[in-house]
Design a protein around this ligand. Structure first.
Ligand code: GDP
Length: 317
C-alpha cells in the first residue's frame, strides 16, 4: 500500500475546470485537502511537453488526478477525429511522463467506458479491454485512452510507478457541456427539452432509435470514488466506476421530459446515429473495494436541471 493523501499533501488536479476536474476539486476541498495545484489549459498548455515538464519541476506535486482531456459526444467525436486522438495522446503522455520523472507519489488516470469493444458482453468487465473492435464513432478518443492506460501500466511494470486507471461510465452533473452539437445525450436533452418548453413546441426530436442503453453516473459520485480509490486502490488492473444499472435513451428522454416539465410528444430521428447498442459497466471490482454510487438518477437529473437553469439558461436569456 502506498502513502495516503493527508491534509497537507500537494495535490494536482489537471483539468480542474471541466466536469470531472471541478467535481474532484469540490470533493477534495470538502475532505479537508487544501494544498491544491489546479491546472487548466488557460494556465498551462498540456499538449506542450516543455510546459508540462517545467510545471512539474517547479511545483513538485505529490498526487495527480489527471482529468484533463478533449471530450465530446457522438457528433463531436465523429466530426473531429484528429483533434480527439491527437490532443488526448499528447495531454496524457506529457502529464503521466512528467509525474513519473518528477517523483509523484501516485497518479490517477481517468479513462472512459468507450475503451471497451463495441460488442463486449454486458455488463462490461475490466478484462474485456482489447478483446474486439471498438465503436467506430468514438474510436479516436478510445484509442488515446487505451494508450494512456497502457502507459500507466508500463511505467508500473518497468519502474514501479504508482499509477491507477479508472474507467467511468457516462457522466453528468453541474459544469457539464450543454452545447447541443458537441454535448453528450443527458445535458443535450436537458437543454433541448428546456428550449422546447420555452418555445411551446408540440414535439421534441431525440436522435437515433431511442433503443440504445446507457448508464449514467453523477459526477459528484465519480469524484467521491476517485478520492476513495486514490486512497486505497493500488493495482495495475483498471477499475470500472459506475452505478451498475442502465436505461434506454427513450426512457432517459421520458425522465428528462418529466423533470423539465415539457408537455409535448417525443419523436425519434433515425437518420442520426445510435452508436454503441449498450454500455453498462460491471462494477463488482469497485463494490469489492467497498464503494457504491449514492446519487439516484432522478435526483441527479433534477439537481443538474436546477444548475442548468441557474448557470446556463440564465446567461442565454
Ligand atoms: P455515446 O454514449 O458515446 O454514444 O454518446 P452520446 O451521449 O452523444 O449519445 C448517446 C445516445 O444518445 C446515442 O444513441 C445518441 O444518438 C442519442 N441521442 C439522442 N438524442 C441526443 C442528443 O440530443 N444529443 C446527443 N449527443 N445524443 C443524443
Amino acid at each position: 500500500m502506498t502513502d495516503r493523501m493527508i491534509a497537507s499533501s500537494k495535490i494536482c488536479v489537471a483539468g480542474y475546470k471541466g466536469l470531472v476536474g471541478s467535481a474532484i476539486v469540490r470533493r477534495l476541498r470538502s475532505g479537508g485537502f487544501a494544498n491544491l495545484l489546479l491546472i487548466d489549459r488557460g494556465e498551462v498548455d498540456l499538449t506542450d511537453q516543455r510546459a508540462v515538464r517545467e510545471l512539474f519541476a517547479r511545483e513538485k506535486p505529490e498526487y495527480v488526478f489527471l482529468a484533463a482531456a478533449r471530450v465530446g459526444g457522438i457528433l463531436a467525436n465523429s466530426t473531429h477525429p484528429a483533434d480527439f486522438i491527437r490532443d488526448n495522446l499528447l495531454i496524457q503522455t506529457h502529464v503521466i511522463d512528467a509525474a513519473h520523472t518528477h517523483g509523484v507519489t501516485k497518479l490517477l488516470f481517468l479513462g472512459s467506458s468507450c475503451i471497451y469493444p463495441k460488442d463486449a458482453p454486458q455488463p462490461m468487465k475490466e478484462e474485456h479491454l482489447l478483446t474486439g473492435p471498438l465503436e467506430p464513432t468514438n474510436e479516436w478518443y478510445a484509442i488515446a485512452k487505451i494508450a494512456g492506460i497502457k502507459l500507466v501500466q508500463a511505467l508500473r511494470k518497468q519502474h514501479g510507478f504508482c499509477g491507477i486507471s479508472l474507467m467511468p461510465t457516462n457522466l453528468y452533473g453541474p459544469g457539464d457541456n450543454f452545447d447541443v452539437t458537441s454535448s453528450h445525450v443527458l445535458p443535450a436533452l436537458l437543454r433541448r427539452f428546456d428550449d422546447a418548453k420555452r418555445a411551446g413546441a408540440s414535439e421534441l426530436v431525440v436522435w437515433g432509435t431511442g433503443a440504445p442503453r446507457r448508464e449514467f453516473l453523477h459526477v459528484d459520485d465519480l469524484a467521491d470514488a476517485a478520492v476513495f480509490l486514490m486512497q486505497q486502490y493500488d493495482d495495475e488492473e483498471i477499475i470500472n466506476v459506475g452505478v451498475g444499472e442502465d436505461l434506454s435513451i427513450a426512457e432517459l428522454a421520458g425522465l428528462v421530459r418529466e423533470v423539465v416539465g415539457f408537455s409535448g410528444e417525443i419523436a425519434f430521428d433515425i437518420t442520426k446515429p445510435d452508436g454503441t447498442p449498450r454500455k453498462l459497466l460491471d462494477v463488482s471490482r469497485l463494490h469489492a473495494q467497498g464503494w457504491t454510487a449514492k446519487i439516484a438518477l432522478a435526483d441527479g437529473v433534477a439537481s443538474t436541471y436546477q444548475w442548468y437553469l441557474e448557470n446556463v439558461a440564465q446567461m442565454r436569456g
